[in-house]
Design a protein around this ligand. Structure first.
Ligand SMILES: [Zn+2]
Length: 329
């Protein structure tokens, strides 16, 4: 057993030891009810099984709540999305769970799991979904479409300084719904926060716990004063908004990136991005690379199936504030 596996098992044990799910509810969840107001905050961990970095924070928050060293007057639900995939050190077992938040017919592990999670998300006023990137990143970031309540929460929580966003109602992946989107279409705040590179890292856990604590404090204030969210947001610096300006479709298995590109690697227009073999790839515009992929390859250098849909994308700062650029939602 690897150290990673042991660590994961130990955190899952600690989660189970303290967690108290809703009766008949999802096993890997914990429901807190402070009994003073109705605001429901939901925190998701490990919707992608191998993105374990927020689990230590969730376990710590649960333990602090159970010892009354952390309090909240409303309702909180924590859930561990896909521990089964996590224990296999995989993103998912059969289907990407973060595309399954809709009515689906097929009988796959992640379809069943989404069915258990949707009732939790149905009553969320705020959902923060903690993720991690496959490769290292120069900075943590929020990533989700623009929505005003989400903006206020994202800024007030200060979970990251950057938000990779896009206009509302531009579907994430057509016909496939991710968890934060499921919450947004119900008119509530749904945020995805990428904490850093996937794995157990103290920085990721500290960032997630700080975000949870701030959400609890702000949630209690908001229950007393509807203006609190706006006020707290204004006390934090404005976020830096970025948008995707290029997606390199992974159309040819021989396409490959030069070694060593990580998230938020700055590139110039025309810069060579490909490795020595395969088709030449040049950055079509300046900006920062996001989600560079280095998939496993065969002896001839061809990416193994199923290869990712995109090889990389480029993001650039948005020219203006989303409030001005896009109709308010
Ligand atoms: Zn993820």
């Amino acid at each position: 057993m690897t150290a990673h596996h042991e660590q994961l098992l130990s955190y899952l044990d600690r989660f189970s030891a303290v967690a108290s799910p809703e009766p008949g509810g999802y096993r890997w969840s914990h429901r807190h009810d402070g009994g003073r107001h109705d605001l429901h905050l939901v925190f998701g961990s490990m919707i992608h099984g191998d993105e374990v970095g927020s689990l230590p924070a969730v376990v710590e928050a649960l333990e602090l709540l159970s010892e009354d060293r952390l309090g909240f007057g409303g309702r909180i639900t924590f859930f561990v999305g896909n521990p089964e995939a996590g224990l296999q050190r995989q993103r998912f077992l059969e289907q990407d769970l973060n595309r399954m938040f809709m009515q689906r017919e097929e009988d796959a592990h992640e379809v069943r799991r989404a069915r258990q999670l949707m009732p939790i998300l149905d009553t969320a006023d705020l959902f923060v979904d903690f993720h991690q990137t496959i490769l290292a990143t120069r900075k943590p970031f929020y990533i989700c479409p623009w929505h005003r309540p989400g903006w206020l929460w994202a800024r007030a929580l200060a979970g990251a300084e950057h938000w990779v966003t896009r206009p509302p109602y531009q579907s994430f992946a057509s016909g496939l719904v991710c968890a934060d989107e499921y919450v947004r279409v119900q008119g509530k705040a749904g945020l995805t926060l990428e904490l850093g590179e996937q794995g157990f890292f103290p920085d990721a856990a500290a960032r997630a716990l700080r975000t949870i604590r701030r959400a609890l404090t702000l949630g209690d204030q908001l229950a007393e004063d509807p203006q609190a969210l706006q006020q707290q947001a204004e006390q934090q610096p404005e976020l830096v908004f970025l948008q995707t300006v290029h997606r390199e479709q992974f159309t040819d298995a021989e396409m490959s990136l030069r070694a060593g590109i990580i998230n938020f690697e700055a590139v110039n227009e025309g810069e060579l991005l490909s490795g020595c073999d395969g088709p030449e790839l040049r950055a079509p515009s300046s900006g920062d690379v996001l989600f560079p992929k280095y998939p496993p390859r065969d002896a001839k250098g061809r990416a193994l199936d199923p290869r990712p849909g995109e090889l990389y994308r480029i993001v650039q700062p948005l020219q203006g504030h989303p409030l001005d650029l896009w109709a308010e939602t």
